[in-house]
Design a protein around this ligand. Structure first.
Ligand code: BG6
Length: 284
């Protein structure tokens, strides 16, 4: 069911193999680097230039951005969780054959909140991130930073973002197809939804598949690709990879931060499913 392996550089992984899926998870960051449901190609993009070294975030898969999303002066981008070791505290197989994993991260500095991540790995992938404030109140921003593998970025459409206001973070925003969003290159958009639950669907005309992301307790969807020049400037990515992925992230980003009093818990949730295009139907 799960096999533990440690790389020469000292990172520990759990490899999952069941009739329903294969998957790999790095204990640094509780970072899923692969999920391939039976009958489908790999769903997650992993950069061929990703660094697998302790203390460095892995480029690709599903990094957990926590307890903040985005840059912060004098502190790591996207929080401390993705470069910290998590503890596997439970694993089992449910009666449907899904592997259930739960991992915990209690930062030594107790002014930070604590996190528990529960994953259900099967034909679908569900992730539940529970944050509990400890000694201090907490202003939480967070995201499941999903890197989805695509045939070609420019042959993809994203449904479920129509009419939703967004903030463009890209320095030089370019024109994309809209309604549905058809990215043509660099984009970095933070969509602010009026409600905290919903669905987004990534239609991939080249791979002939649709990936649906359902979310709950999440008011932000972040859509990111650095474009060719941006990818070239990132040592762990590279120009040739720019159109091989699209990040569609589930979270709560500014201005949708979550305020927690000590002892209070917030749960971020997403469920990812994939279908061959003929079976897919629009989320709306
Ligand atoms: O290089 P990092 O820290 O993994 O971040 C990658 C990207 O992550 C996205 O979520 C952000 O919206 C982008 O602004 C950022 O560039």
């Amino acid at each position: 069911m799960t096999v533990r392996r440690t790389t020469n550089q000292g990172l520990s992984f759990l490899d999952v193999t069941t009739p329903l899926c294969t998957a790999s998870l790095c204990l640094q960051g509780a970072h899923l680097t692969s999920w391939k449901p039976a009958g489908h190609e790999e769903c997650l993009f992993l950069s061929p230039n990703a660094a697998f070294v302790p203390g460095k975030a892995i480029r690709g898969g599903i990094p957990v951005c926590w307890p903040w999303f985005g840059p912060r002066e004098g502190a790591p981008s996207h929080g401390i969780a993705r470069t910290s070791e998590w503890r596997l505290h439970h694993q089992e197989m449910d009666k449907c054959g899904n592997v259930l994993l739960s991992l915990a991260f209690y930062p030594e500095d107790e002014s930070y909140p604590a996190a528990i991540l529960r994953l259900t790995l099967g034909r679908t992938l569900a992730m539940r991130l529970e944050t509990t404030a400890r000694t201090q109140p907490c202003k939480l921003t967070e995201a499941f930073h999903n890197y989805f593998a695509v045939g070609n970025l420019t042959k993809c459409r994203v449904h479920g973002l129509e009419d939703i206001p967004f903030r463009e973070e890209a320095a030089q925003p370019m024109k994309h197809g809209e309604r549905p969003l058809t990215p043509l290159g660099c984009l970095d958009r933070v969509y602010n939804f009026p409600s905290c639950s919903g669905k987004t669907m990534l239609e991939d005309l080249m791979l002939n598949r649709a990936i649906t992301v359902e979310r709950n307790h999440a008011s932000s969807v972040i859509v990111w690709n650095p474009g060719q020049q941006g990818a070239k400037n990132m040592a762990d990515l590279g120009a040739e990879s720019w159109n091989k992925f699209l990040c569609i992230e589930t979270g709560n980003a500014e201005p949708r931060s979550i305020s927690l009093a000590p002892g209070q818990t917030h749960t971020l949730y997403q469920k990812i499913s994939v279908r061959h295009m003929e079976e897919a139907c629009s989320p709306r």
